[in-house]
Design a protein around this ligand. Structure first.
Ligand SMILES: [Zn+2]
Length: 266
C-alpha cells in the first residue's frame, strides 16, 4: 500500500539534503509525482528549501497545467519545469531544479561541455543538452530566465530527449539551462537527489581536472560510453546508501525540521 506521508516526509528531507549540500540555496526546488494519483504532483510552496518542514509547506498541483488543487494557494513561479517534465515522461517521478554554482560555468562555456569524469558521474551520459531559453522567447518577453509558463516548461522538457527504446523515459538524466542552472530527473526522490548531488560533484572534479590540465599541459580523460553505461547501472543499485547517510546528516545537523518524521531509508 502506498504511504503518502512517507513520500511527503521524503520530499521534506530531500529539500534539506539538497540545501545542506549546496545543490539548492534559497532558490531551486524538488518535486514528486503523487504516488496515489499520477495526474498531480507535490512541491514546496514559495519557501526556501531549508525551512520546508510540514504539510502546510507543500502544495499539490495538476500535472496538466500546474494549477493548484486540494486547497493549495500560490507556489513557485517555475513549477512548470516540474509539471511539463512529469507530463512528457511517465516514467519520471521526481525532478530537481537547481542553480548550483558548480554547474553554472558549464552552462555558459560552449567550448567546454560538462562530461562524466568519474564513475559516480557516469549517469550524466554523453551529449548533455544545454537549454537556451532565448531560443523560445517571443518578442517583448521579459528576459529573466524564469521557466514560468507551460510553453517554456515544455521546451525545457523537450531538451531531455526521448529514449528510443523506452519512449516513456527521457534520453538524458539532466539538462543544463544556459545562465540559470540545471534540471535532474529520476524515477524516485532518492534517485533524483543522488543525480543532482553527483552532477554537481562531477562538475567540481571536472573543473579541477581542467584547471590542472591547463596548468600542466596535460589532458583530461573522460569516461567512455561503456564506462558511462555500466557506472549508471552501478549508481542505480547503490542509491540507498548515500540516501541513508544524507538523511542522518541533515537530522543530526540541527538545522532542519521535518514534522512528518524520518523518511523511509530502505
Ligand atoms: Zn530557477
Amino acid at each position: 500500500m502506498v504511504n503518502l506521508t512517507a513520500t511527503l516526509s521524503s520530499l521534506i528531507t530531500a529539500n534539506h539534503i539538497l540545501h545542506y549540500h549546496s545543490i539548492l540555496d534559497s532558490m531551486g526546488h524538488i518535486s514528486v509525482r503523487n504516488p496515489k494519483n499520477n495526474s498531480t504532483y507535490f512541491i514546496a510552496l514559495q519557501l526556501g528549501p531549508a525551512v520546508v518542514s510540514g504539510l502546510e509547506d507543500i502544495g499539490e498541483y495538476l500535472i496538466e497545467d500546474s494549477s493548484p488543487v486540494n486547497g493549495t494557494q500560490g507556489g513557485y513561479a517555475e513549477r512548470y519545469i516540474h509539471s511539463e517534465i512529469l507530463k512528457k515522461y511517465p516514467d519520471i517521478n521526481a525532478v530537481v531544479h537547481s542553480h548550483s554554482e558548480d554547474i553554472l560555468p558549464y552552462t555558459v562555456l560552449g567550448s567546454v561541455p560538462l562530461k562524466p569524469v568519474y564513475h559516480m558521474g557516469g549517469f550524466l551520459g554523453d551529449g548533455i543538452p544545454n537549454f537556451d531559453i532565448e531560443s523560445v522567447y517571443n518578442d517583448g518577453d521579459a528576459r529573466d530566465f524564469l521557466v514560468n509558463t507551460i510553453p517554456l516548461g515544455a521546451a525545457l522538457a523537450d531538451k531531455l530527449g526521448v529514449n528510443a527504446s523506452q519512449p516513456t523515459s527521457p534520453l538524458h538524466t539532466i539538462a543544463l539551462q544556459r545562465g540559470h542552472g540545471f534540471v535532474a530527473v529520476g524515477t524516485s526522490i532518492e534517485q533524483v537527489v543522488d543525480y543532482a548531488y553527483y552532477a554537481a560533484s562531477n562538475a567540481r572534479v571536472q573543473t579541477k581536472a581542467l584547471l590542472l590540465s591547463g596548468a600542466t599541459g596535460g589532458s583530461v580523460q573522460y569516461l567512455n560510453k561503456q564506462e558511462m553505461f555500466d557506472s549508471k547501472n552501478m549508481n542505480s543499485w547503490i542509491v540507498f546508501k548515500p540516501w541513508k547517510q544524507w538523511v542522518r546528516e541533515v537530522e543530526r545537523s540541527g538545522q532542519y525540521e521535518n514534522r512528518l518524521g524520518t523518511p523511509p531509508m530502505t
